[in-house]
Design a protein around this ligand. Structure first.
Ligand code: CP
Ligand code: NVA
Length: 324
């Protein structure tokens, strides 16, 4: 059987992404009843916390007849007493696949190189491909249009794992995408050059804007993520928050977009002061929210919980495709 990992979207043909999105539809409608993972054991190796991805992945495997073992970095030898390569060899002797959430992207690449079983990237510092599968499926569901007919603006920190995967995904599917971020926080240049070349072949564009009004004008989707990610050093947070305050998504910004536009966020979001983290940051900076205001987050245009539900269906679909 051909090994079908998902380490980053750029390794995958557009056809595979489209296939996963279309299987998700059957899965969500409950038209798929095959126990595709019967007798299969899947490891979930996590170096960072997760609510959605872990839950959705574990349920997806179980619904497909398989079994999961959760391996928390703190409870195994990886990195301290045992190398990644040796761990990879051990895992392949017990498991049929590994879902990995890690600090450095290089690790998931190495894990994939050192095992014969598929490896799925469930978030690293550089990419979050399975998030984008869920996001794209959600956009198709909401707009009932081809992704190439959608204009999406990502607003916020341009140095971001979810954004990187959105860029690659948009380029492959022909979605028109704008990145609205301060000049000094623009995404990795190499990634932009490569992605723009791919986008050009699809007749679509990937543009960066530091001007919010221009960037959000008439877009169908406004997407944001946290300004400080799980990896980001605390010493840089204050500066980042000050730089990004003008990019917080509020009603005025949503008014710049097209009539039926939606708001998206991969979650978790800092939209009010109900979390320890947001409360501390808001207090220190004298602000009410971070990347999105509470009223936009809770508005009818917000489809954030549809995105998180769809993680279950798209992860299931990814597993079905990986063992096809
Ligand atoms: N969006 C996302 O990956 O959420 P978790 O960190 O909860 O898995
Ligand atoms: N950029 C965020 C995404 C969380 C799902 C992080 O890496 O923390």
């Amino acid at each position: 059987m051909v090994k079908r990992s998902l380490v980053k979207l750029s390794n995958n043909k557009k056809e595979r992404l489209e296939k996963i999105l279309s299987i998700s539809e059957y899965v969500k409608r409950q038209d798929y009843s095959d126990k595709k993972l019967e007798g299969k054991n899947i490891a979930l190796l996590f170096e960072k916390p997760s609510t959605r991805t872990r839950s959705a992945f574990e349920i997806a495997v179980k619904d497909l007849g398989g079994n999961t073992v959760f391996l928390d970095k703190e409870e195994i030898h990886l990195g301290y007493r045992e190398s990644l390569e040796d761990t990879a060899k051990v895992l392949e002797s017990y498991f049929d696949g590994v879902g990995f959430r890690g600090m450095r992207h290089e690790k998931v690449e190495r894990l994939d190189q050192h095992t014969s079983i598929p490896v799925w990237n469930l978030l690293t510092d550089k990419f979050h491909p399975t998030q984008v599968l869920s996001d794209f499926f959600t956009i198709e569901e909401v707009f009932e249009k081809d992704l190439s007919d959608i204009k999406l603006a990502y607003i916020g920190n341009g140095i971001n794992n979810v954004l990187n995967s959105l860029i690659v995904g948009a380029a492959k599917t022909g979605m028109n995408m704008r990145i609205v971020t301060p000049e000094e926080l623009r995404p990795d240049r190499k990634l932009m050059v490569k992605s723009r070349n791919i986008a050009r072949k699809q007749n679509s564009t990937l543009k960066c804007f530091s001007n919010v009004e221009k960037g959000l004008e008439e877009v169908d989707v406004v997407y944001t993520d946290v300004w400080v990610s799980m990896n980001d050093p605390k010493s840089e947070w204050d500066e980042m928050i000050d730089k990004l305050s003008p990019y917080s998504v509020d009603n005025e910004k949503m008014d710049l977009t097209s009539e039926n536009s939606v708001f998206m966020h991969c979650l978790p979001a800092l939209h009010d002061k109900e979390t320890i983290l947001a409360d501390k940051i808001c207090e220190r900076h004298g602000i009410e929210c971070l990347e999105v205001s509470d009223n936009v987050f809770r508005s009818d245009s917000s489809i954030v919980f549809q995105q998180s539900e769809n993680k279950l269906h798209t992860l299931k679909s990814l597993l079905i495709d990986s063992f096809d």
